[in-house]
Design a protein around this ligand. Structure first.
Ligand code: ATP
Length: 298
């Protein structure tokens, strides 16, 4: 049991380091238990999740004094379904995702989860229901086991292994010299991009949260890794409310809903079939979606 405290302790230390340094914000998102910056309403209730549906209502947002990067966003990400955000670079996709765990608060409008304004609930309860998988998974100094446990500090070894199996990571982990006790991070073994992705997915799986925020990798992995990562993601997405910043055509095609963003607004919304039929639409003209890799098993 003592082992469970170690990541929690490191988390506290890491938090201090991060507060002192300007870091890549996307790295922090993976550790959703970090000290929140926004204030909580006094007497805020815990979020009560039923379907885990997410709704944006008239959301605008600006980073500090800068120009608005979200100019009125309205959509529903239905519970248990996958909503894909697509659009040109700078359209505001990452910003939309960032608002869900309240790394920032909207300038106006509101975000509801199962009808509750997320500004009115405790931040700990909000973030407990959310897991995040980033494009560039961050590995902390420590063992593979520790790195998965960051998803949920009180996870047992058995739960960590189960998550790793589901994330198609168990085999490469046990092939390492010290298995789950193999050190990673700057002073540890070097893992491939696909292996890092799968550890990050295991971290999300061990969290077992109903909402999964996913920033799909843009950089190509080798075909074998790609297929393993895809299978791991399918496991993680299953039965959850997923909001994915999608870069792969295969992900977009499978999504229950596609939100096409352009310059801080929603340009189009629909399924792949409905959007692809509008030849003059932005979706039909998007050329930054990558085709599925050849052996994509989907
Ligand atoms: P990409 O696909 O390139 O990640 P995106 O659609 O996710 O793009 P965002 O990252 O949400 O777009 O960015 C929207 C706008 O907000 C851009 O103009 C970007 O420069 C700006 N922006 C993003 N993060 C910050 C920040 N931390 N501070 C100031 N401006 C930011």
């Amino acid at each position: 049991l003592l082992m469970a405290y170690e990541p929690a302790k490191r988390l506290a230390k890491l938090q201090v380091q991060m507060e002192r340094a300007v870091v890549n914000a996307r790295m922090i998102y993976e550790i959703l238990d970090m000290q929140p910056h926004q204030r909580e309403k006094p007497g805020a209730a815990d979020l009560a999740v039923t379907d885990a549906s997410i709704e944006f209502r008239g959301v605008t947002f600006a980073y500090g004094e800068n120009e608005k990067v979200l100019k009125g966003i309205d959509f529903v990400a239905e519970g248990g379904k996958t909503t894909a955000l697509v659009g040109p670079s700078g359209a505001g996709k990452s910003t939309v995702v960032t608002l869900i765990p309240r790394f920032y608060d909207p300038s106006s409008g509101e975000i509801l989860i199962d009808g509750q304004n997320i500004a009115d609930v405790t931040k700990a309860s909000l973030r407990r229901h959310i897991a995040y998988v980033s494009q560039q998974p961050y590995l902390f100094e420590g063992t593979i086991r520790d790195n998965i446990r960051y998803g949920r500090p009180d996870a047992t070894d058995a739960e960590i292994e189960d998550a790793a199996r589901l994330a198609y990571a168990h085999d490469f982990i046990t092939a390492q010299p010290l298995g789950y006790d193999t050190p990673v991070g700057e002073n540890g073994v070097t893992l491939s991009g696909g292996q890092r992705q799968r550890l990050s997915i295991a971290r999300a799986l061990v969290r077992n949260a109903p909402i999964l925020l996913l920033d799909e990798a843009t950089s190509a992995l080798d075909t074998e890794s790609e297929a393993a990562v895809q299978k791991a993601l399918d496991q993680a997405m299953h039965g959850r409310t997923v909001v994915v910043i999608a870069h792969r055509l295969s992900t977009v095609i499978k999504a229950n809903k596609i939100i096409v963003m352009h310059e801080g607004r929603i340009a189009e919304e629909g399924t792949h079939e409905s959007l692809a039929q509008r030849p003059d639409g932005l979706y039909a003209r998007l050329n930054n979606l990558q085709p599925a890799p050849q052996n994509d098993l989907s």
